[in-house]
Design a binder for this molecule. Structure first.
Ligand code: NIG
Ligand code: FE
Length: 387
């Protein structure tokens, strides 16, 4: 079965050989065969297919790749958000209240919530999502969270080292022993990645190194939360360990930027966090000008960023972080794929997964130009229409 999608006013391929930031083709068409893209090009050159859909001149792009979320949790922290809007500062301490609510939730409650998020993501054009644990902080609870996350995505990250578990207060090194020992044993079979929150109030550079090296020794890829609330050694550690991505990067030194530019580590910016915590936005332009690969992700979680909208992140990146609309769209698709070290998503070309987003707009520039407006017309995931 093949499907021809034609009448595409602007097709974003993210193919560097086609030129420009997004490798766009105008008056374009594409062919989907089973779960893959079989052909892309000008509509006038399109081959025959079993079925034909007309995009009516709309823009079509790869589905969003949201490479950083924390979607397995109980409860919410709406009151904390309200307090921040009237002057309270964000602190990672709130994580512990979500830990209590998550431990109290049953598997079925967490599963139902995850199913709701999966629907919410598709409705907004996200076709790949990474999900971290980190609200369990015991061997049994972290195992539960990565196991449940693995039911909805293959991009599962063990973040047992989110903060020190309440039972280990004042004994952070003992908690790191647990994370690198029994917790890793229980969680590695369900996980692709290991992550750590390397920040004052969470884990030191040395503790973070222990966590990441233990994960890597078990075959997990490395990702890091760093430089969110202040300067620190997390970015340099991530680069040194060859992390796939270092995320947040709100506060960066010149050395951090130079190290990122000379590395293959993607810098994933999470503007929903700055929106929700009222911190200053990171300077994406400075990073891109230095040659750093930048991704955008939602960081969807109940504390620091409770949005799952990649379009909102794009609008913030353009309005507040110095990105062009094209750079922001690239970062939310191909950038996310790079952060997950995936070559089968984040692009539209022969052989890529047929994860496709048709907008209700003539160009992807509308994503920042019309913030908050539902611009998703159709979404294909693995070749099947899901919206
Ligand atoms: O990515 N920075 C650490 N962890 C999350 C926040 C979690 C929370 O506040 O619940 C983040 O922003
Ligand atoms: Fe996060």
């Amino acid at each position: 079965m093949s499907e021809l999608l034609t009448g595409i006013g602007q097709l974003v391929t993210n193919d560097p050989d086609r030129g420009g930031t997004l490798g766009t083709i105008s008056d374009a068409a594409l062919v989907i065969e089973k779960d893959r893209i079989a052909w892309v090009g000008r509509a006038v050159d399109a081959p025959a297919a079993d079925t034909r859909t007309d995009a009516g001149g709309a823009a079509v792009m790869p589905g969003y790749v949201d490479s950083h979320t924390h979607l397995v949790f109980g409860g919410d922290r709406a009151a904390e958000f309200d307090a921040r809007m009237t002057g309270q500062r964000y602190s990672a301490g709130g994580i512990r209240s979500t830990v209590s609510a998550t431990r109290a939730a049953t598997d079925d409650e967490l599963r139902a919530r995850l199913a709701g998020f999966a629907t919410e993501l598709h409705a907004q054009g996200t076709t790949t999502v990474e999900i971290k644990s980190g609200y369990g902080l015991s061997v049994a609870d972290e195992e539960r969270l990565v196991r449940l996350a693995a039911e909805v995505t293959s991009e599962v990250t063990l973040l047992g080292a989110h903060v020190v578990a309440p039972e280990f207060a004042g004994r952070a090194d003992d908690y790191v022993d647990l994370v690198t020992g029994a917790m890793l044993d229980a969680c590695a079979p369900h996980s692709r990645w290991i992550d750590v929150f390397c920040e004052t109030g969470a884990f030191t550079v040395e503790q973070s190194r222990r966590v990441l090296e233990a994960g890597a020794a078990r075959g997990l890829g490395v990702r890091v939360h760093a430089n969110q609330l202040g300067a620190g050694g997390g970015v340099l550690l991530a680069v040194e360990l060859g992390a796939a991505s270092v995320d947040h990067c709100t506060v960066l030194s010149e050395d951090d930027v130079a190290a990122l530019a000379a590395s293959d580590t993607v810098c994933t910016l999470l503007p929903g966090v700055e929106f929700s915590t009222k911190q200053r936005y990171p300077d994406a332009r400075r990073l891109i000008d230095a040659g750093v690969t930048v991704a955008l992700a939602s960081d969807c979680n109940p504390g620091s960023s409770f949005t799952s909208s990649m379009a909102f992140c794009i609008a913030l990146a353009v309005r507040e972080m110095g990105m062009t609309p094209e750079q922001a769209v690239w970062a939310a698709t191909a950038g996310g794929a790079a952060a997950l070290q995936r070559t089968d998503i984040g692009r539209i070309g022969p052989g890529a997964r047929a994860d496709v987003l048709q907008l209700r707009a003539p160009s992807v520039g509308y994503l920042a130009y019309r913030p908050g407006v539902p611009l998703v017309a159709r979404v294909w995931k693995d070749g099947a229409l899901v919206v």
